[in-house]
Design a protein around this ligand. Structure first.
Ligand code: ZN
Length: 198
């Protein structure tokens, strides 16, 4: 299977239009876009946003769970960054992604790729969290899924709404990770450990 949901994610980015808009924004902010220092800025802004908003499709090969592995598989503290859809400013942090396998398992590194794929979008943290969980649910049909994101939002910390370094935590639990108390506890224990370790 290939992650490439063209309906939603293959948006055309018009770099020239982005550069013109960035120049307009600078002018509106009272800056001299013809000055040497800002000359290249609109183009750089267009390049940066294009990169940040273009998800990289990847091949999410899964394998038959021949050995019947039935414990939680968790990738902890996957670094990620995304763009807040309300302010176009970054939020960044770590993701903990786990699942309780059913008939299929997937390479651990792919859990990071899934997070990266959905983070290259104008996002809100809650939506990013549920998109990652929904993808795992759909692709692997596991017995349970758990996703926890801890992130610092620059739109809040830089403007003093929150202290610098303050983290927003979101979670999406599905199946037995949500419904079975022992599994949920085990998953949450694995994810909260990093908060104290780091
Ligand atoms: Zn924001």
């Amino acid at each position: 299977m290939t992650v490439n949901d063209r309906r939603v994610y293959e948006r055309r980015i018009d770099r020239d239009a982005v550069a013109r808009a960035a120049a307009d924004l600078l002018r509106a902010l009272g800056r001299d876009v013809d000055s040497e220092a800002l000359e290249e800025t609109p183009r750089r802004v267009a390049d940066a946003y294009s990169e940040l908003l273009t998800p990289q499709p990847f091949r999410a090969t899964s394998f038959a769970n021949d050995d019947g592995y039935d414990e939680l598989i968790v990738a902890r503290a996957i670094p990620f960054h995304s763009l807040c859809m309300h302010h176009l400013l970054p939020f960044h942090g770590v993701a903990h992604v786990g699942y309780l396998p059913g008939d299929r398992i997937i390479g651990l590194s792919k859990l990071g790729r899934v997070v990266e794929y959905f983070s290259r979008d104008l996002q809100i943290q809650e939506r990013l969290t549920t998109q990652v969980a929904g993808w795992l649910q759909r692709e692997l049909e596991p017995k349970g899924v758990g996703v926890v994101l801890e992130a610092e939002h620059l739109c809040m910390s830089l403007r003093g709404v929150q202290k610098l370094g303050a983290k927003t935590v979101t979670s999406a639990l599905r199946g037995l990770v949500r419904d079975d108390a022992r599994t949920r506890q085990e998953f949450l224990a694995l994810t909260t450990r990093t908060t104290h370790d780091q």
